[in-house]
Design a binder for this molecule. Structure first.
Ligand code: C2E
Ligand code: CA
Ligand code: CA
Length: 804
């Protein structure tokens, strides 16, 4: 029995009366609305006490399907959905199914049990919704269902349908797929005419392929952006139309091998990505089965003269009869279409055979086109990939990520990872470029395996890689990356024991998939940079705290110049005391930044950042000018003058005119050089930046003093201390913090003696208690600076120590 006839019978069971061809919608084979109206009225008259329900279905994105795959495809989807609807109601009596307008369908049901109606309707909605057409999964049908339980006193069909329509409209508006009509939906707008009586378009009429399957096929294939999906649909429609059990399209991929690229099977439907490879032992034998038209028709495999082996194959696949049609391009066979039935047939009607031969030609050109498209795609793909590693170029990577996130699954977690290998230059320098390249290739392979099939990998440049990873949770992703990174680092350590090579990965969880891809990469990269030289930690996650610190940093850099101009950057002074006389013998200038809200920013909040970008230079000179300005004023006011020390960052010594600038400023403010000390940290001096020695010498020759700051926390040897080109040594707070034991005291004292022996002045910083003062005094030291005497204070406040 043909599929068509089976369908007729099912529909017949549902239809109570009359079924002339005009009562039927040609595309979906459901009742037309006018026929349904009569039937419904008849049913309600026949059983006036019956309990009735309307289940109305709206297939939402038909126009989207039309755009992607063409009109014929979209219509085929409607037809398919209608067939499924019939199937869902096949066992129920007193059901009238009809098509309303273009993309809506309805079931009018008589049923006592409301619960049964609802659970069934819900099931139908899910079934229709969960089917997807086309290989791009995002193109599922959006199915909205409205259910209306007809009250016993309501028999006006128009009003009944409007209520069901309102439920659908409500569902569409609120994006709820299943809605039962309720009072609250009374205001919902439905246009009655449109939803109920819309005429079929001309195009649709032309597509009624009853007599012209070829025209349908051409229309289906010529108007699509996805040939794979449209060929799937064609295979399916062929199966239905000619009543086959299986339809396949296979392509020749190389000698002796074919690949099944489209497959539809009755009961199973379309197989999404068959891509099954078959290899033939005897290729010539395979070709000899075709006649001059490229047709191999076997009405009964048992009588076809096939070998035992072939027969076994047919039995295994359950094939009783089949027709193979060769596909050609430019006169060369490129594949074939197989249509098979489980049972043998008497013969194939001429009309069917002729249609199939024509179809073969149509399919040929589109399979050839698909082949060409694929080749183009592959070509484009190679352009998108990095030759060395085979990973995406940076630009292509970003596009791929955009696409993946566009279709992201809200149930999964996505993260951006930025990786590099520390000390990678070691390889190129010591082993040559080929070794470096080999490692990059190894890394690329490792990256691809890391997150198995769930990642997209790209190479930024050199040893820098970016990866989009997918996982079930943040924890799962982090664990996976950590394990993987430490495994690869172990491998590096094993392979290059002296290389100090390690993988570092910055990880950023994507909270907004629509954000700029660049900012995600940037965040991951930022996290990676934080790792720096941490030997134990190879993975850093970009956290809210990190984001905040970074934002603060950027803010500092962006606003420092403004702050200097507005006078928000102020020099404070911390006095230095003589422990012998109790007098102020000097001061250190320390910078403070006034926030708009009246609070202060302390140096550790902005100096490191400004050193990174070099803007510290402006800050130091700003402080220096305030100090010079004060000294000048004090002199004019006749105050006691004491030397003031100013901190100068190591960054200054990159500028060979630094010392000239300092001397020039002294002249400008008419301040004697003896009143200025330049504080430079011990680590800076021991690092000995190029040109530093000359500059320090020049400054000293001009009468300024140089102080070595933070002595004791750097790594310089004592020998180096003696040689150092400085006048004063400032012993770091950490020394004086521990003076309790004999040993500690001896140590401090030995250093003090050495400094003195080298002819340098010594001062202790960070003195906080009376006891510390006593200890230092006992050992004969004089100068100290610390909270025990005074905190850093604004200049006017400092002036109380140097009264007129
Ligand atoms: P530093 O040069 O070692 O300055 C001494 C720091 O110790 C100051 O912190 C000071 O307030 C603090 N201090 C002084 N006595 C005590 C004490 O008894 N106990 C404790 N716990 N701390 C004490 P501040 O002002 O926060 O400055 C921190 C660092 O920032 C300075 O360390 C210096 O390296 C840098 N800095 C400050 N001002 C400037 C500047 O104008 N230019 C440059 N380049 N660096 C500056
Ligand atoms: Ca200092
Ligand atoms: Ca210091």
């Amino acid at each position: 029995m043909s599929e068509k006839r089976q369908v007729d019978e099912r529909a017949g069971k549902a239809n109570l009366h009359g079924r002339s061809k005009d009562d039927r919608d040609a595309l979906t084979a459901l009742c037309t609305f006018s026929a349904a109206k009569e039937q419904i009225n008849r049913l309600m008259r026949k059983a006036p006490q019956g309990i009735y329900h309307v289940i109305m279905l709206h297939i939402g994105n038909i126009s989207q399907l039309t755009d992607e795959y063409g009109f014929a495809f979209a219509m085929a989807v409607l037809e398919n959905q209608a067939a499924l609807l019939r199937l869902c109601f096949r066992l129920q009596d007193d059901v009238i199914l009809c098509r309303l307008g273009k993309d809506a369908m309805m079931a009018f049901v008589r049923e006592e049990d409301i619960g049964k109606v609802e659970s069934h309707a819900r099931l139908v909605q899910e079934k229709l919704q969960n089917r997807y057409f086309g290989r791009r999964e995002k193109l599922r049908c959006r199915v909205t269902m409205g259910v209306f339980h007809v009250p016993a006193d309501e028999r006006d069909l128009k009003r009944i349908l409007i209520c069901a329509g309102k439920a659908v409209a409500y569902g569409l508006r609120c994006r709820i797929p299943y809605v039962v009509y309720g009072e609250s939906m009374a205001e919902e707008a439905v246009s009655e005419d449109e939803s109920l009586t819309a005429e079929k378009t001309d195009e649709e009429r032309r597509l009624q392929y009853e007599g012209n399957f070829i025209a349908f096929a051409v229309s289906l294939l010529s108007n699509t952006s996805d040939l794979d999906s449209s060929l799937d649909m064609l295979a399916k429609q062929m199966g239905w139309h000619f009543n086959y059990d299986e339809v396949l399209i296979s392509e020749f991929i190389e000698d002796n091998s074919t690949m099944v690229s489209n497959r539809w099977r009755r009961g199973e439907g379309v197989v999404p990505n068959p891509e099954e490879i078959n290899t033939f032992d005897d290729w010539d034998d395979f070709f000899s089965g075709f006649d001059k038209d490229g047709v191999n028709l076997t009405c009964d495999v048992e009588k076809g003269g096939y070998s035992e082996r072939d027969l076994a194959f047919f039995h295994e696949k359950g094939i009783g009869s089949f027709i193979n049609l060769l596909l050609y391009s430019n006169g060369h066979p490129i594949g074939y279409v197989t249509c098979s039935r489980k049972r043998p047939v008497e013969q194939m009607p001429d009309r069917e055979l002729n249609t199939l031969i024509q179809l073969g030609k149509v399919i040929s050109s589109f399979v050839a086109l698909r082949f060409q498209n694929r080749r183009n795609q592959e070509h484009i793909e190679t352009l998108r990939r990095d030759e060395l590693t085979g990973l995406y170029h940076y630009g292509a990577f970003q596009k791929e990520v955009r696409r993946a996130l566009y279709q992201c699954d809200p149930g999964l977690t996505y993260a951006m990872v930025y990786m590099d290998v520390s000390n990678f230059a070691y390889l190129n320098e010591n082993f040559g470029y080929s070794e470096g390249n080999q490692l990059l290739k190894d890394m690329a392979r490792w990256l691809r395996y890391m997150n198995a099939k769930r990642c997209i990998c790209g190479r930024v440049y050199a040893d820098r890689f970016v990866i989009l990873v997918t996982g079930d949770s943040q924890e799962a992703i982090e664990q996976e990356i950590r394990q993987s990174v430490s495994r690869f680092t172990d491998y590096l350590l094993h392979r290059y024991p002296m290389g100090d090579l390690q993988v570092r990965a910055g990880l950023y969880y994507i909270d907004n998939p629509e954000a700029e891809i660049f900012t995600m990469i940037d965040a991951a990269n930022h996290a990676r940079k934080i790792i720096k030289e941490d030997y134990l930690n190879h993975v850093m996650v970009y956290t809210e705290r990190l984001r905040q610190t970074r934002a603060d940093k950027i803010n500092v850099v962006a606003s420092i110049h403004d702050a200097i101009d507005k006078g928000d950057v102020e020099a404070y002074l911390q006095p230095k005391f003589s422990m012998r006389t109790g007098e102020v013998v000097g001061a250190e200038a320390l910078v403070r930044w006034h926030n708009a809200d009246g609070s202060l920013k302390y140096p550790d909040q902005f100096i490191p950042v400004l050193e990174e970008v070099g803007y510290i230079v402006n800050v130091d000179f700003c402080v220096f000018r305030q100090v010079l300005d004060s000294l000048k004023r004090w002199k004019a006011e006749g105050r006691k003058l004491v030397p003031i020390s100013v901190n100068f960052s190591r960054v200054h010594f990159r500028d060979q005119h630094f010392s000239d600038k300092v001397i020039e400023l002294l002249r400008e403010y008419e301040v004697e050089p003896a009143y200025i000390e330049i504080e430079v940290t011990e680590s800076c001096i021991s690092g000995n930046p190029l040109g530093m020695v000359q500059q320090m010498t020049q400054l000293r020759e001009n009468g300024l003093k140089i102080a070595m700051d933070d002595f004791g926390i750097g790594y310089s040897s004592l020998g180096m201390l003696i040689d150092a080109n400085v006048d004063i040594v400032k012993v770091d707070k950490s020394f004086i913090d521990h003076y309790e034991t004999d040993q500690e005291q001896q140590y401090i004292n030995r250093i003090g003696q050495l400094v003195r022996a080298a002819g340098k002045d010594i001062i202790f910083e960070g003195v906080e208690t009376r006891q510390q003062v006593e200890f230092l005094r006992e050992y004969g030291y004089d100068k100290a600076q610390g909270y025990v005497f005074s905190r850093p204070v604004p200049i006017p406040e400092f002036e109380k120590w140097i009264s007129i």
